[in-house]
Design a protein around this ligand. Structure first.
Ligand SMILES: [Zn+2]
Length: 72
């Protein structure tokens, strides 16, 4: 799924390295600042760098990819 960062309802997200299991917590606002508002969660995963082992493949391990529920 390609969810834009600007559409993510959570304040923070956790990315987990698929290689070493190292977890990093990111603020969504920081991710937008570091990229663009139009950046998708898919692009974040492709560009995120593990601080543990340096492998560039991270997995989003919380609900970042869930569609935002319309608040009525
Ligand atoms: Zn790693």
């Amino acid at each position: 799924m390609n969810t834009k960062l600007s559409a993510v309802s959570d304040k923070r997200t956790d990315l987990m390295c698929s290689e070493c299991g190292h977890k990093s917590s990111y603020k969504i606002a920081d991710l937008i600042l570091a990229t663009r508002v139009e950046t998708t969660t898919h692009e974040v995963r492709q560009s995120a760098l593990c601080r543990g082992c340096g492998v560039r493949v991270m997995q989003v391990c919380n609900r970042l990819d869930e569609p935002v529920r319309a608040s009525v």
